[in-house]
Write a protein that binds this ligand. Structure first.
Ligand code: UDP
Length: 266
């Protein structure tokens, strides 16, 4: 069996122990973990992201808190998480790792190393178009299975059995927060042999071309949320304007030497 990679170094940001690794480092860690997990001697790694919505959700849903506490990796999906780590601690995060960007680093690693993907979540049509886009963007990428995200807990065992039977190394899970984190945590033990289970929220909408990314200048200023808000104000107004205040509070009070929250805190 290949050696399991060492845990990634973390910094406490907004209540979460967040990895300092950038996208490239994360993709390499995921590849190494996938090789170590083949054969099923170690459990799959679960990898979640830290962004405004996720920061604000803390303390409101015990299952979500437990899932976040059990994560092998929490990475900086949102630029404000990176800013807070750099301004408020001496252990700045080396680079933002938005899942929508990280996906491409992992896909390149997958093609180079023969890693297989399973694409779980979103509506059937979007799931199918996102899967086709992956294969178009990365010729040679092995997508060994896909399934939409509309099934109940009674189907979990069957869904997981199919994923394991596919021989996937990386399982992408887009069920929206906090459902996706809770689902990954609850089903990890059924997914032996999978290397990395990575939540990916709205990734398939971007890949399918249903939603556009913010311009680079907005991303680098940490304003991707504003771009998304302007594009879909009805759905996102509450999420961003209410949760952003809560997230900023968490970043300001629970970073570095801030008072630890939950088990995941230092
Ligand atoms: N979703 C799903 N099953 C559910 C609920 C949501 O597959 O039971 C999918 C939904 O179709 C969407 C994805 O979860 O494609 C992410 O939802 P959201 O747009 O909230 O993601 P975010 O904006 O958080 O990235």
């Amino acid at each position: 069996m290949t050696q399991k990679p060492a845990p990634l170094e973390t910094v406490h940001v907004g209540g979460f122990n967040t990895v300092r690794a950038d996208r490239t480092e994360l993709a390499k860690w995921m590849t190494a973990y996938c090789f170590a997990a083949r054969g099923g001697e170690i459990p799959p790694a679960i990898l979640f992201s830290s962004n405004g919505q996720g920061l604000a959700l803390q303390g409101k849903n015990a299952d979500y808190d437990a899932a976040m506490a059990a994560a092998d990796v929490i990475h900086a999906d949102g630029m404000p998480v990176v800013f807070a780590s750099r301004v408020l601690t001496k252990k700045g995060i080396r680079g933002r790792s938005a899942t929508t960007d990280l996906f491409h680093d992992v896909a390149r690693e997958a093609v180079a190393n023969g890693l297989k993907f399973y694409v779980l979540g979103a509506k059937e049509d979007q799931n199918q178009r996102a899967t086709e886009a992956m294969q178009r963007l990365y010729p040679g990428l092995q997508v060994v299975g896909r399934r939409n995200g509309y099934f109940g807990p009674d189907n979990d065992a069957e869904v997981c059995a199919n994923i394991v039977a596919s021989g996937a190394d990386v399982l992408w899970v887009a069920l929206g927060k906090p459902k996706q984190e809770i689902w990954c945590h609850r089903n990890r033990d059924r997914l032996t042999g999978i290397g990395c289970i990575k939540t990916c929220g709205g990734l398939y909408a971007f890949l399918a071309g249903d939603v556009a990314r913010a311009p680079d200048w907005m991303q680098s200023l940490g304003l991707e949320w504003l771009f998304r808000l302007l594009g879909d104000p009805k759905r996102l107004f509450k999420r961003y304007l209410v949760t952003n205040m809560q997230a900023l509070w968490m970043l300001a009070t629970q970073t570095g030497s801030g008072k630890p929250v939950g088990e995941n805190a230092i």
